[in-house]
Design a protein around this ligand. Structure first.
Ligand SMILES: *[C@@H]1O[C@H](CO)[C@@H](O)[C@H](O)[C@H]1NC(C)=O
Length: 133
């Protein structure tokens, strides 16, 4: 009877292997503030990415509209985001989002995610500027 238990245990371990090998966040983007016209970098990195796993950046501003914009896939940035770029070593799983010449309209929530990795965290970007009344 005992070997049945041992067999069950081994099978359970085998079933867990894909979970153990799955990619996970090494660095999650952190909420930050930036002065208008400055450059800001939101950091994001994963461990254990496989070649088929794509890191995406999204942006949405709940205060203006609820549209979720797709900024980038891997290192490729959508043309409408001309001030945005992906920096870092993709070999090391780094997909940092750099925004230069930050404008008030860049404010909102930024999400760095991989489809297969759960619990994507949102980082809030606050743009600080001199507001003309
Ligand atoms: C940002 O740049 C614009 C255009 O060059 C300028 O008018 C404005 O004063 C700048 N704002 C700040 C806070 O530097």
């Amino acid at each position: 009877m005992e070997w049945v238990g041992a067999l069950r245990y081994s099978l359970a371990l085998l079933a867990l292997l894909p979970i153990v090998n799955a990619a996970f966040y090494r660095i999650r983007p952190q909420s930050t503030g930036v002065l208008v016209n400055q450059t800001v970098t939101l950091y994001c990195a994963f461990n254990g990415l496989t070649p088929s796993e794509v890191v995406n950046w999204y942006w949405y501003n709940p205060e203006t509209d609820d549209k979720l914009y797709h900024i980038s896939a891997r290192g490729r940035v959508a043309s409408e985001f001309s001030r945005h770029s992906i920096v870092g070593s993709s070999r090391r799983g780094e997909y940092n989002l750099r925004i230069r010449d930050v404008q008030p309209g860049d404010e909102g929530n930024y999400r760095c995610s991989v489809f297969t990795v759960r619990d994507a965290g949102d980082a809030r970007l606050t743009v600080v500027g001199i507001r003309v009344a």
